[in-house]
Design a binder for this molecule. Structure first.
Ligand code: SAM
Length: 212
């Protein structure tokens, strides 16, 4: 979802009180940013941030951090916060490859991956956010009994993600190939922008919830 380069988006992000600059300086002390010890949950590849904004609004006792690589997309999440400010939501503009520099060991309570870029070429597999390489990074920052929740309508990406689990030492609590047909799993489901778009086109949505 790379929007056209929006002039000034980098400057808006640099000036915004909702984005955390030099996030690596917060490693191990994210609770200071929020001023409380509530659990910290992150979405990697947040896009325009609708999912996380809704979660943060519904769960004031949980802190949320949205991570997004592109300024032009992150700008939309900032604009939403300006309209409807929440104390428990902050953003970081960064490439998730560096996630271990930003969060301390076990500092993150839960990780959400929603409609991650598929990187269909084999030689780009390690860039996929649910790849074994990324699972190894998440292993460092996620608390011991923490979980990762991943949703996508991209079946080849989902099959790849499920295959990666065993070798990387993760176990699935939930695997579904049609989330929206599962009444129980749909309880409390928050639709992402991509989920709305692709489920609206009739695509089934796959989801897993995994732990070590
Ligand atoms: N999660 C949103 C949703 O479900 O509507 C957006 C999905 S969009 C297809 C994927 C997003 O992940 C894009 O905004 C992209 O810039 C971001 N992204 C991809 N790779 C990333 C990385 N390595 N670090 C941070 N963000 C990344």
């Amino acid at each position: 979802m790379r929007l056209r380069n929006i002039t000034g988006s980098r400057e808006v992000i640099a000036d915004s009180r909702f984005t955390v600059k030099e996030p690596e300086t917060q490693k191990g002390k994210w609770s200071e940013i929020f001023g409380n010890a509530y659990p910290i949950r992150i979405e990697i590849g947040m896009g325009k941030g609708k999912f996380l904004h809704t979660l943060a609004k519904n769960n004031p006792d949980i802190n949320y951090i949205g991570i997004e690589k592109y300024s032009s997309v992150l700008l939309r999440a900032i604009q939403k916060m300006e309209e409807d400010e929440l104390p428990n939501l902050r953003f970081i503009r960064m490439d998730a490859e560096d996630i271990e520099e930003v969060f301390g060991e076990g500092e993150v309570d839960r990780i959400y991956l929603n409609f991650s870029d598929p990187w269909p070429k084999d030689r780009h597999a390690k860039r996929r956010l649910p790849s074994g390489q990324f699972l190894a990074r998440y292993d460092k920052i996620l608390k011991k009994d923490g979980v990762i929740e991943f949703k996508t309508d991209n079946r080849p990406l989902f099959d790849f993600a499920v295959e990666e689990l065993k070798e990387a030492g993760w176990k699935a609590d939930v695997v579904t190939y049609d989330l929206h047909a599962d009444e129980k799993l749909m309880e409390g489901n928050i639709m992402t922008e991509y989920e709305e778009k692709f489920s609206g086109m009739g695509n089934p949505i796959c989801k897993y919830i995994i732990r070590r």
